[in-house]
Every structure is written in structure tokens, then in C-alpha cells.
Design a protein around this ligand. Structure first.
Ligand SMILES: O=C(O)[C@@H](O)C(=O)CO
Ligand SMILES: [Mg+2]
Length: 273
């Protein structure tokens, strides 16, 4: 059975961010992920991980901007990455370097790199070329640190206009970049909303060895995995049958109290020593 990572950007919303580490550990999580560490000193976050016996398994490269206030403002104004944006190469590189600096201190092996929004009237072919060139450069930097970079298809209902929306599109980017340091983050919530046929897609893509991280949420409300149209007990069996040994990020908006809503976790997923 795969292990579950608490996504601290989404879970325990009633707590200040730094207190969510302890809450996750108390609920039996041994790993965490979140969108952005940049508002805190890396050393402070590393201490929270250490104190609570947690490991960091994923976070995002900055969506845009260089300083934490710039990053927050860019996110508020709708920026969702720069990897596919022609003319933003310098910002993309600076963001990757900052993410790698955090990854080194947090001992985090995976960074999600967002591709960006398609501007009105954009040349999509030029965006694809920019994405591939940028990721090739970024993979060389990540390789030097033993890190993997991930790209995540995101559905158009939640993020209208996002460049990368479908699993096949992400795998085509991997074909083009051709680096063992680039993998796919397969978020089953987005996959169901955008494409459906989730179990078949797991069976298609997991054997390629290119899916390095999975995220889950109920569909369509993006709440606990036991609320909605996706039957996760079946999908967990599919993941087991496929030998998936990676992390599964719990990236959902709790319907009520986070801890009380964890009853969906399979009993044999409780932490290994
Ligand atoms: O699914 C999502 O929204 C996230 O995994 C993410 O990184 C971008 O918001
Ligand atoms: Mg996700």
C-alpha cells in the first residue's frame, strides 16, 4: 500500500501554516507536500519537519516573481508558472534556482514546475518549444542535485487557460525533453475532471515509470476522497496491482474538520516505522 502525504496548503486550514506540520504528524502522516515554502526560511521549515518526524516529498517552484511578496502577488493576479512563456526565461530560471535552494535544505526530492497560462492569441507552438527548452535547462540543474522535476496536467474547470491539461500532453513533453529527471505528477482529481477513465490511464502510464507522484481528491467538489464519483478503494487496489511505491498527496479541501475526515485512509496505510 502506498503512503499518503498531507498537503499542508489544503489540509488543516484552520491552523497557522507552521502548526500544520504537527497536526499532520499527530494524524499519522509521515510526509508532507505544499505549494510554496518561500514565505518561510528554509531552515525553519526543515526544523518543523525534523521535530515532527516528517519528510518533505514535494513542493512547487515559484509560479512567478522572485521575492515572497512578488510571488504572492503574482499568484493572486493569476500567474500559474512561467515554463511555457516565451520571454520569461530569466524569471523561470531564477525560480528554478530558488526552488532547488529550498529543496537542498528540505531534503526534498521532487519539485513541481508549472507551465503557465496561455495568453489570448498566443502562439501555442512557440509555448511548447519554450517549455521544452526551459525544462531541458532545468533538468540539468536538478540532475546536479539529484532532484526530479514534475509537470502536472490541470483541468480547465479549476484553471481555465492553463497550458498543460491532459496526461498525453504531459507525456509528449517528456518524450521531447528526454531527461530521466523530468516526470509527471498525476493528480487523479484533475484526470477525472479533464479526461475520465482514470484506472485505464493509471494502467497506461504507470508502467512507463514516468509517474513520480500522485495526488487525490474527491470529484467534483475536491473534498475528501470518499466524497464524490471516484471510487478510491478500487483505484488504490489498481495502484497496488501496478506496484506503485510512490507517494500519494492528499490535496483536497476538507468538508469539515481535517482529522475527522481521514476515515477514507486504508487501514494498512498507517505509517511504516
Ligand atoms: O492540483 C493542483 O492544483 C496543484 O497540484 C498545484 O500544484 C497547482 O495549483
Ligand atoms: Mg494537484
Amino acid at each position: 500500500m502506498s503512503q499518503f502525504a498531507a498537503n499542508l496548503s489544503w489540509l488543516y486550514p484552520h491552523l497557522p501554516f507552521l502548526d500544520r506540520f504537527e497536526a499532520a504528524a499527530r494524524d499519522g502522516f509521515t510526509a508532507v507536500e505544499y505549494l510554496a515554502p518561500y514565505g518561510w526560511e528554509a531552515g525553519e521549515l526543515a526544523a518543523r519537519l525534523r521535530t515532527n518526524g516528517l519528510r518533505q516529498v514535494l513542493f512547487n517552484a515559484p509560479a512567478a516573481g522572485l521575492t515572497p511578496p512578488e510571488m504572492a502577488a503574482a499568484w493572486q493576479s493569476g500567474a500559474r508558472g512561467t515554463a511555457a512563456l516565451p520571454g520569461q526565461e530569466a524569471a523561470f530560471r531564477a525560480g528554478v534556482q530558488e526552488a532547488l535552494r529550498y529543496a537542498a535544505v528540505l531534503d526534498c526530492p521532487r519539485i513541481h514546475v508549472m507551465s503557465g497560462m496561455v495568453p489570448v492569441g498566443a502562439d501555442v507552438a512557440a509555448m511548447q518549444t519554450t517549455l521544452i527548452d526551459n525544462l531541458r535547462w532545468a533538468c540539468m540543474q536538478a540532475a546536479a542535485q539529484g532532484c526530479q522535476l514534475l509537470i502536472e496536467p490541470i483541468n480547465a474547470r479549476d484553471m481555465p487557460g492553463y497550458f498543460l491539461q491532459r496526461q498525453a500532453q504531459a507525456h509528449a513533453v517528456l518524450d521531447a525533453v528526454d531527461s530521466p529527471h523530468l516526470k509527471v505528477l498525476m493528480d487523479l482529481y484533475h484526470c477525472q475532471v479533464a479526461e475520465g477513465d482514470v484506472a485505464s490511464k493509471l494502467r497506461q502510464y504507470l508502467p512507463t515509470g514516468r509517474v513520480a507522484h500522485i495526488q487525490i481528491a474527491g470529484v467534483p467538489e475536491r473534498q475528501e476522497p470518499d466524497i464524490g464519483e471516484l471510487h478510491y478503494p478500487y483505484l488504490f487496489d489498481v495502484l497496488d496491482a501496478l506496484g506503485y511505491a510512490g507517494w500519494i498527496g492528499c490535496e483536497y479541501r476538507p468538508a469539515g474538520d481535517t482529522s475527522s475526515g481521514l476515515g477514507w485512509r486504508p487501514r494498512d496505510s498507517t505509517p511504516r516505522p
